[in-house]
Design a protein around this ligand. Structure first.
Ligand code: NAP
Ligand code: MG
Length: 477
């Protein structure tokens, strides 16, 4: 049975949108030398939110020069304990302005306010707090007695967790003593620009953080710039490959956090209600726009049917709609392009013979929406079992033995995440050792903590973010 809820919209008054936004370079907001701009919209309504400057190669030049000067100047000379104070300040301002960040993120991205409020913003603040603690202890990170920062970091992030990915990039780089040029995604530039304001409010020295908004060509210009000592990229495997080619042979450092096709493996002895919650969280959290999503459910045969029955009942209760409504579970798809991609892959699932099911659910007339969807009778050769959909679409496969589960879970060019649901501790440990994935969750899914490293194998990329291991990407030992 599902309950009806009165709308509980979060007010958007706390956010003051500017009609247009400049680039953040050398501590100031400056118009783009390129003279170009683009518009960012609210994907839930298709309403344009603001005009945003688009950085060209000359702007990249200017930002990299500012970052270099800051690195060679005050920031590079500062003691770790002093740098830590800035990170603490940024973390605290993020907390103070949490509601504003949450509403802005939801407007620009389309994700439910419940998620931006309870996950994205608190985790972003936690990331700065955590790394503030490292800034004066780098020589105890196991990376040699006197690790040194690399210099200027060029950082490129996607649209699925715009503020959180900015925090994942900036916090460890700054703690380690680097300076940064950050390129947010074209469809979600606004929270990174508000974070730039926070850097001003925290009195961060000019040039330490620069934010260049723009599209893929801005990212490519940043990657190509020889003044950048290290590239950190989160995004698609396809673009990751291009970046790896551009950086190869230049001696510059690179970390790549790319796509995934995570297996969520449920054994017959699993706590079934918890598993259902874990499956829902694994694939429908953030509309499935999650690189480590549990997009392949592997169910042990004896429980496959009852598990699916419960899962369908649970999906019946999910509420899709206004992302600013505090009751909403499923928000908007971030862009028309992404919606088209999800539709095409879901259609391929049907054509290739899998069984498609969605709960009855009315999609709003405007905006980009896709209903939560389950595919059964999926075989390993189907595109929906192999390709990353990056949407609220679950592919269900079955297995009989643990060895078969491992073989199917590992049958992917990716290797970012996996989940195991079972009562048996020994099986969890055995499975975790066999699974080729950077993160393996047991009886839970999609849990994040700044202290624990995150990253992939194979086509999911290389390098780790978070924890002691994440510092390595920004230090020369
Ligand atoms: P994307 O197209 O690769 O974009 C990622 C970022 O790179 C964006 O800022 C994008 O700018 C920029 N970009 C595009 N072309 C570029 C180029 N030639 N050179 C340099 N930068 C370029 O990926 P997406 O579709 O936005 O994001 C979804 C992907 O990210 C998924 O595959 C997902 O799995 C992955 N992801 C991975 C992780 C992880 O930690 N492993 C986390 C989140 C997401 P524009 O936005 O302007 O195009
Ligand atoms: Mg947008």
């Amino acid at each position: 049975m599902s309950f009806t809820y009165a709308p509980a919209p979060e007010s958007r008054e706390i956010v003051t949108l500017q009609p247009s936004y400049d680039l953040f370079v050398n501590g100031d907001f400056v118009p783009a030398l390129s003279g170009r701009s683009f518009s960012t919209t609210n994907p839930a309504t298709e309403e344009p939110l603001a005009d945003v400057a688009s950085a060209g190669p000359e702007d990249v030049d200017r930002a990299v020069a500012a970052a270099r000067a800051a690195f060679e100047g005050p920031w590079g000379k500062m003691r770790g304990s002093e740098r830590a104070k800035f990170l603490f300040r940024i973390a605290r301002v993020l907390q103070e302005r949490a509601r504003e960040f949450a509403v802005l993120e939801t407007l620009d991205n389309g994700k439910p306010i419940r998620e931006s409020r309870d996950v994205d913003v608190p985790l972003a603040a936690a990331h700065f707090f955590y790394h503030a603690g490292w800034a004066d202890k780098l020589e105890h990170a196991g990376l040699g007695p006197a690790p040194r920062p690399l210099g200027v970091a060029g950082q490129i992030i996607p649209w699925n967790f715009p503020l959180l990915m900015a925090a994942w990039k900036l916090a460890p780089a700054l703690a380690a003593g680097n300076t940064c040029v950050l390129k947010p995604a074209e469809t979600t530039p606004l929270s990174a620009l508000l974070l730039a304001r926070v850097c001003q409010e925290a009195d961060l020295p000019p040039g330490v953080v620069n934010v260049l908004t723009g599209a893929g060509d801005t990212g490519a210009a940043l990657v190509a710039h020889r003044g950048v000592d290290k590239i950190a990229f989160t995004g698609s495997t396809e673009v990751g490959r291009e970046i790896a080619r551009a950086v190869a042979g230049t001696g510059r450092r690179l970390t790549l956090e790319l796509g995934g096709k995570g297996a969520n493996i449920v054994f017959e002895d699993a706590p079934i209600d918890q598993a259902v919650e874990g499956i829902v969280n694994g694939i429908f959290f953030n509309q499935g726009h999650v690189c480590c999503a549990g997009s392949r459910l592997l169910a042990q045969e004896p429980i496959a049917e009852p598990l699916l029955e419960r899962l369908r009942q649970r999906l019946d209760t999910l509420r899709l709609g206004d992302p600013l409504d505090k009751n909403t579970d499923i928000g908007a798809i971030n862009s028309k392009d992404q919606l088209d991609k999800i539709r095409a892959l879901a259609d391929s699932g049907e054509k290739e013979g899998a069984g498609r099911w969605s709960p009855p659910c009315r999609l709003p007339a405007r905006g980009y929406w896709f209903p939560p969807t389950i595919f059964t009778n999926v075989s390993q050769s189907h595109r929906i079992a192999k390709e990353e959909i990056f949407g609220p679409v679950l592919s269900v496969l079955t297995f009989r033995t643990p060895a078969e589960a491992v073989a199917k879970a590992n049958n992917t060019p990716y290797g970012l995440s996996a989940g195991i649901w079972t009562e048996k501790g020994s099986r969890i440990l055995w499975m975790a050792q066999q699974l080729e994935a950077g993160v393996v969750w047991a009886n839970t899914f999609n849990r994040f903590d700044p202290a624990s490293p995150f990253g992939g194998y194979q086509e999911s990329g290389f390098g780790r973010e978070g924890g002691r291991h994440g510092l390595e990407a920004y230090l020369d030992a």
